[in-house]
Design a protein around this ligand. Structure first.
Ligand SMILES: *[C@@H]1O[C@H](CO)[C@@H](O)[C@H](O)[C@H]1NC(C)=O
Ligand SMILES: CC(=O)N[C@H]1CO[C@H](CO)[C@@H](O)[C@@H]1O
Length: 476
């Protein structure tokens, strides 16, 4: 059975990369503006009722947005990727119905959290036919009352599948792993997608994570976004690009944030290979500009494809999040999923997401967004704003420390050895709560207290596979 994650396995790297003139951006909501809450918690496969409940926690703990699964009717099955095989635009999925979706959006709004919904514009299903989760019958190229065989691309390759991942025409007019490819240039398809997308706008969403954007031409993306009933929404486009030919990620910058997959690859490589010192110049590598890049340590495809995941040894996954939320590049999404034995496994606990009060996952869920170190670093991210990277220090190639202006300082030890040295923090003298092991609670710390004297941490030791982070908002 085909699934979306295959595309990241097939993404072909090469040395060439297109350099485009900076486009004039239309007015679009961006998360890059410092000073308030911009981090997305991606509650992968959580159902609407559980997201509604979790939003109170997210809002209190500094998250600005929650990203949720596609809302439209999809094929039946326990596997997670069924959500990406659209059968109809009825708002009824394994995650809940339209009323539950509306309740979720309202509960999240009350908590100060915007809902970003995953949306599928590129395709319908990848199977021969059947009945969807809301009872609609369909076949691969026929969705009664919605689309018929004239509404799809037939690109002429064997099976109409993408064969050459460096060929623009194939990427956008052939089938992504057998998923029936919508003729997004036709007015019928466009109007249908606009009506569907407007129905989610009517329910109050703050924006969209656009699935498989790379496989829809920017002409069509531009048209769809311009015709929606509400402008200025947030978009983040899934464009799996690691360099090479075909379609580039920078083409999509005019239409919102774009997911920077080179970032996910480099972090995985750096933390796994024991060379995180190479991350110093990450923001100057010539990738998407920082204010257009949506970055993450993991997403649902990558955690199943050999990159960093909750299964990674020696706390590497947590330490990569510490880096990601401390280093000034891109707008971060924190992925939060569930334990899986096989890559196809669907969500546990009847799709109802649950966490323990101490931040660990419950009932099969991981709850990464609540892990003490990750939630602590969201507070760090919100407190350091746009302050510049300062006071970079390196121990061995697997030990780094840096500050953000004079408001935050982080030490990351991905090494098997303790790192003991003197760190120049640039922070005002005083006592701070370490936000990796705990947090500030009233006038004390729930865990480690870190004392800055003369702007320094003198002869300070950080354990193997550990980190320490302090910021002005966690000063006693
Ligand atoms: C967190 O709480 C759960 C449920 O009460 C418990 O099983 C687990 O051991 C706790 N974890 C930590 C690190 O305290
Ligand atoms: C403070 C701390 O956690 N120190 C640890 C550093 O790492 C060494 C092993 O390399 C441990 O023995 C220390 O306990």
């Amino acid at each position: 059975m085909p699934s979306i994650f295959i595309q990241s396995l097939l993404a072909v790297a090469s040395l060439s990369s297109a350099v485009l003139a900076a486009p004039a951006y239309p007015v679009i909501q961006t998360r890059s503006t410092p000073g308030s809450k911009h981090v997305i918690a991606n509650l992968f496969q959580w159902n609407w009722d559980s997201v509604a409940r979790e939003c109170a926690w997210l809002g209190k703990n500094g998250y600005g947005f929650v990203q949720v699964s596609p809302a439209s009717e999809h094929i039946q099955g326990a596997q997670w990727w069924t959500d990406y095989q659209v059968v109809s635009y009825k708002l009824q999925s394994k995650r809940g119905n339209a009323d539950q979706f509306r309740n979720m959006v309202n509960a999240c709004k009350t908590a100060g959290v915007g809902v970003i919904v995953d949306i599928v514009w590129n395709h319908m299903t990848g199977i021969d036919g059947g009945v969807g989760v809301a009872g609609s019958s369909f076949s691969h190229y026929d969705y009664p009352g919605i689309y018929d065989k004239n509404d799809f691309h037939y690109c002429g390759t064997p099976g109409n599948d993408i064969q050459n991942w460096n060929d623009r025409t194939q990427l956008q007019n052939c089938e992504l792993v057998n998923l029936a490819d919508l003729k997004t240039e036709s007015s019928k398809v466009r109007n249908t997608l606009i009506t569907h997308t407007n129905s989610l706008i009517d329910l109050g969403v703050a924006g969209f994570r656009v699935d498989a954007s790379k496989h829809v031409s920017t002409n069509d993306i531009k048209y769809l976004q311009a015709k929606l009933k509400k402008q200025g929404l947030y978009y983040t486009h899934e464009v799996v690009y690691e360099g090479g030919g075909g379609v580039t990620s920078s083409e999509y910058m005019a239409y919102g944030d774009v997911q920077e997959f080179r970032y996910t690859s480099l972090l995985s490589n750096a933390f796994n290979s024991g060379n995180i010192a190479q991350l110093k110049g990450l923001k100057d590598l010539g990738w998407l500009p920082s204010d257009k890049a949506n970055v993450f340590v993991a997403n649902h495809d990558r955690e199943r494809s050999g990159y960093l995941s909750y299964k990674s040894p020696s706390k590497r996954y947590t330490l990569a999040h510490v880096f990601s939320l401390a280093y000034p590049y891109g707008s971060p999404t924190v992925f939060s999923g569930y334990s899986f034995a096989n890559s196809d496994d669907g969500a546990p606990n009847g799709n109802y997401g649950t966490c323990n009060d101490n931040g660990s996952g419950a009932n099969g869920w991981q709850c990464q967004h609540r892990w003490t170190a990750i939630a602590g670093m969201v507070s760090f991210y919100n407190n350091v704003g746009s302050n510049a990277l300062k006071n970079w220090k390196q121990g061995d190639s697997n030990q780094i420390a840096f500050g953000r202006g004079s408001v935050g300082y982080v030490i990351i030890n991905n090494s098997n050895n303790k790192w003991k040295t003197t760190f120049t923090t640039g922070l005002p003298d005083g006592k701070y709560c370490d936000v990796i092991s705990g947090k500030k609670s009233g006038s004390s710390c729930t865990s480690k207290v870190v004392t800055v004297r003369g702007g320094k941490l003198t002869n300070y030791g950080v354990g193997q596979h550990n980190a320490v982070a302090i910021h002005i908002g966690a000063k006693l």
